[in-house]
Design a protein around this ligand. Structure first.
Ligand code: CO
Length: 134
């Protein structure tokens, strides 16, 4: 069902402050910034090998990422696994009794379709399924 780790999501207070560390100090390839209005975040993608780092900056105080930072501080927010067929992946997990946040795929950054597994169903790790393309 899963093909690889697509990205690791990291909550940051400011993309402008965070990007130079990943791009300039660690030397990752900067792939651009996208805004996901529905989630009230700006998202920067940086490529490292076949995986990416997704930096998440809240655009509003009531953004889920803003609430995460308030509670936990900046840091690792979620782990995203790539799937070929996200609808089939959601159906399998739901049939297995795994609790999902998203029972329908929604639009992610950079032209992806995503769905989150509930952290209670995934050992406290917010887990994203991610399909490339619409
Ligand atoms: Co993500």
């Amino acid at each position: 069902m899963l093909t690889k780790i697509n990205h690791i999501g990291i909550a940051v207070k400011s993309l402008d402050d965070a990007i130079p560390f990943y791009r300039d100090n660690l030397g990752m390839e900067f792939k651009g910034i996208d805004e996901v209005a529905e989630q009230k975040v700006r998202v920067a993608m940086l490529q490292v090998g076949e995986s990416k780092i997704e930096l998440l900056e809240p655009t509003s105080d009531d953004s889920p990422v803003a609430r995460f930072i308030e509670k936990n501080g900046a840091g690792i927010h979620h782990l995203a696994y790539e799937v070929v067929d996200i609808v089939a992946a959601i159906a399998k997990l739901t049939a297995d009794g795994v609790r999902m946040i998203d029972v329908q795929p929604r639009s992610g950054a950079h032209g992806t379709r995503i769905a989150f597994v509930h952290p209670k169903g995934s050992n406290g790790v917010l887990t994203e399924l991610c399909q490339i393309g619409q």
